[in-house]
Write a protein that binds this ligand. Structure first.
Ligand SMILES: [Zn+2]
Ligand SMILES: [Zn+2]
Length: 117
């Protein structure tokens, strides 16, 4: 009905390109700057061991990890990845997205005037 396929939306949080500061396109998926930052934060905590206490020591045999689905962005099966609703993103792709966002002036205070100063 009001499905507008021409509007790209983040595959992770479902916000469209008009609702986020930046949307990064993968082969068949999108991720917004908010989700990139979220994922980067999770990976940072994982690597620093901050999430170690979340590991199951409740006697369960199998951890609630997703099976080896490939990253939705690079297609590679990595150990370190984060699951979205229907997609996965690995740490390498998160790092790449962080770099893309860092290279773009997301928070430029005022629009650049072509008239110069
Ligand atoms: Zn998002
Ligand atoms: Zn990847």
């Amino acid at each position: 009905m009001t499905d507008r396929p021409e509007v790209a939306a983040c595959t992770f949080c479902a916000l469209d390109q008009e609702q986020v500061a930046m949307l990064i396109a993968g082969p068949a998926v999108y991720i917004c700057n908010n989700c990139v930052e979220l994922c980067a934060d999770i990976f940072r905590k994982k690597k620093s061991g901050a999430l170690d206490h979340l590991k199951t020591d409740t006697g369960e045999e199998s951890p609630p990890e997703a099976p080896d689905y490939p990253c939705s962005f690079c297609g590679e099966t990595k150990d370190e990845k984060i699951a979205g609703v229907t997609v996965f993103i690995c740490d390498d792709c998160v790092a790449a997205c962080v770099k893309v966002i860092g290279d773009n002036p997301l928070h430029a205070g005022k629009p650049h005037s072509p008239d110069g100063d």
